[in-house]
Every structure is written in structure tokens, then in C-alpha cells.
Write a protein that binds this ligand. Structure first.
Ligand SMILES: Nc1ncnc2c1ncn2[C@@H]1O[C@H](COP(=O)(O)OP(=O)(O)OP(=O)(O)O)[C@@H](O)[C@H]1O
Ligand SMILES: [Mg+2]
Length: 279
């Protein structure tokens, strides 16, 4: 069989892993669309008429000072926080503001929080297995054949996250960076269409950061990835399009060079020192 043919049949094998309501319609536009989104906490506008679109397969970096609203934006997309006004659409079919957190997750929006939350008592393999079993669409229909396919999927994900050799090790003995990758792997088990990653490299070594850059850039294209990060060296290493948030709305958007040389961005966030470093 040709390579293309075998790839196609592989996809069919894994069909059952694709969300049953296989949902998002991106034929006429972006995968994620936020329009005039506003949310206040006790009268303080954490998000203020925010407009943002993410294209299918895009890798987008979001930067901005502490309190700019980056995490709150992810809370809104995932249904954890309801905005006071505005629109949030996933493709052209799903109005996320009408959906619950679990419904949004099952559409294929995966979120990685800053702190790794792997199960320390389990092996790397078992963590990935559990991530799949947690998917209620699959559990009731588990058969021997599907179990084999899940094992194949786990192997695939282990390769992607670079933990093949650690598969039988307890998650408790992984390095901080490896735990972060395992958690990304747990999200990948459910084949998300959109991954939201909040400060992935905080606390990582240089080497782990490089590996994370490879991992995230490798995921883009297959899925859309939104990365919030303060480490500018890391952002520069993965950046395509960068959005700068400030006081809950978009201050600037463009290539890393464009936003880094924007005087407003330098003033509110990057500062003179960073400007030198980035020049
Ligand atoms: N649930 C909440 N209740 C009250 N205020 C909140 C809540 N969530 C966020 N805020 C406030 O909204 C603002 C935006 O916070 P957010 O955490 O989104 O910022 P951020 O851009 O992620 O910052 P950082 O870079 O420090 O993570 C902050 O002033 C924060 O205190
Ligand atoms: Mg935050």
C-alpha cells in the first residue's frame, strides 16, 4: 500500500477517537472567534471589548503584563468564566457562550494550566491511558480492538512528547519539564482541535524550553495552539503571530519584530531592557 493509502487507513482506524459530534466548521473562517468580549470583576474590567481570531492550525503567542487578562481570556474560552457581553465562537457552528465547561472540552478544546497535574502514583503510560478513559464518549464502547488502538495512540503520543523511554516510569520521578510534556500528552490523547497553554516553560531549564518549543511548533498545523508566556526568549523562538494584551484588550498584533518595536508595547510591557535584548 502507498504511504498515502496507509496514512488514510490509519486515520480510519482512529476514527472513533475523533469526537463523535465531530464538530468544528472552519470552512468559512477562523477556528476561534471572540468579538467585543467584556467581563468585570467587582466593577473592574478584566477583559474589555476584546476582539481576537485564531485561524485553524495556527500557533499564536499571547503576551502582556501581569493582570492583562490572558488567563481570564482562557477562562472565558473554556467556559469557566462567563463574559458580561460579547461573542465567543468555535468555528462557525458552536456558540461557546451557550455551552458548559464539559461540553466545550468535548468539542476538542484542551487546556493546560501552569501547574502540572499528572497522577504521581501512576506510570507515564497509565497517565495517558487514564486521559483517554476519562473521555466518556469512549469508555462505554471499549472493546479489545479499541484497547489495542488506544495503545497505539499512546505510543504515538509518547513519541510526540519525547517520553518513550519513560513510559513505564512513575510520573513522580519525572523532571518538572517532563511532567509538563506528559500533561500536554494527556490533552493530546483526546485529539483536541485547539490547545490553550498557559505559561508552559515557567520553571523549565534551557534544554527543556528548547524541547517544549519543538513540541509546540510541531503540534501547530495539526491543531491550533494558543500559548500564553512571559519568557520572551521562548516566545521569540516559537513566534509566528503575536498578540499583546493590555488592560483586557488587544494592544498590538503582528510578528514578534513588529510588536517588539511598537513603542506602546515597549512602554507597557517589554521595557527598555527587553527592547535591547530583542533588537
Ligand atoms: N475570578 C476573579 N475574581 C476577581 N478578579 C479576577 C478574577 N480573575 C481575574 N481577576 C483579575 O482580572 C485581572 C486579569 O487577571 P488575569 O489572571 O487574567 O491576568 P494575566 O494576564 O493572566 O496575568 P499574569 O501574567 O499575571 O498571569 C487581574 O486584575 C485579576 O486580579
Ligand atoms: Mg495568567
Amino acid at each position: 500500500m502507498s504511504i498515502l493509502g496507509s496514512l488514510a487507513s490509519r486515520d480510519r482506524v482512529f476514527d472513533f477517537l475523533v469526537p463523535a459530534d465531530s464538530p468544528v466548521d472552519v470552512r468559512h473562517g477562523p477556528i476561534l472567534y471572540l468579538e467585543d468580549v467584556t467581563v468585570s470583576f467587582d466593577g473592574f474590567k478584566a477583559i474589555d471589548t476584546l476582539n481576537l481570531t485564531i485561524d485553524d492550525g495556527e500557533l499564536r503567542c499571547i503576551i502582556g503584563p501581569n493582570g492583562a487578562g490572558k488567563t481570564t481570556m482562557m477562562d472565558i474560552i473554556t467556559g469557566k468564566t462567563r463574559p458580561d457581553s460579547g461573542k465567543v465562537w468555535f468555528g462557525s457552528r458552536h456558540d461557546l457562550l451557550t455551552m458548559s465547561e464539559p461540553q466545550i472540552a468535548s468539542l476538542g478544546i484542551g487546556r493546560k494550566f501552569q501547574k502540572p497535574t499528572v497522577f504521581e502514583a501512576l506510570s507515564v503510560f497509565e497517565n495517558l491511558e487514564l486521559a483517554m478513559a476519562a473521555d466518556k464518549r469512549i469508555l462505554p464502547t471499549l472493546t479489545a480492538r479499541m484497547t489495542g488502538e488506544i495503545r497505539e495512540r499512546i505510543d504515538e503520543v509518547l513519541l510526540t512528547i519525547g517520553l518513550v523511554e519513560q513510559r513505564q516510569r512513575s510520573a513522580s520521578i519525572l523532571s518538572h519539564g517532563q511532567k509538563q510534556w506528559l500533561e500536554i500528552g494527556m490533552l493530546l490523547m483526546q485529539r483536541p482541535r485547539l490547545l490553550l497553554v498557559d505559561e508552559p516553560v515557567a520553571g523549565m531549564t534551557e534544554q527543556e524550553m528548547e524541547r517544549t518549543a519543538e513540541l509546540l511548533t510541531g503540534l501547530a498545523g495539526k491543531q491550533s495552539v494558543v500559548v500564553v508566556e512571559h519568557d520572551m526568549g521562548f516566545v521569540r523562538s516559537i513566534a509566528r503571530k503575536v498578540t499583546v494584551l493590555h488592560q483586557g484588550s488587544v494592544l498590538a498584533e503582528g510578528s514578534m519584530d513588529q510588536v517588539a518595536s511598537d513603542p506602546r508595547v515597549v512602554e507597557v510591557y517589554l521595557g527598555a531592557e527587553a527592547e535591547e535584548e530583542l533588537a
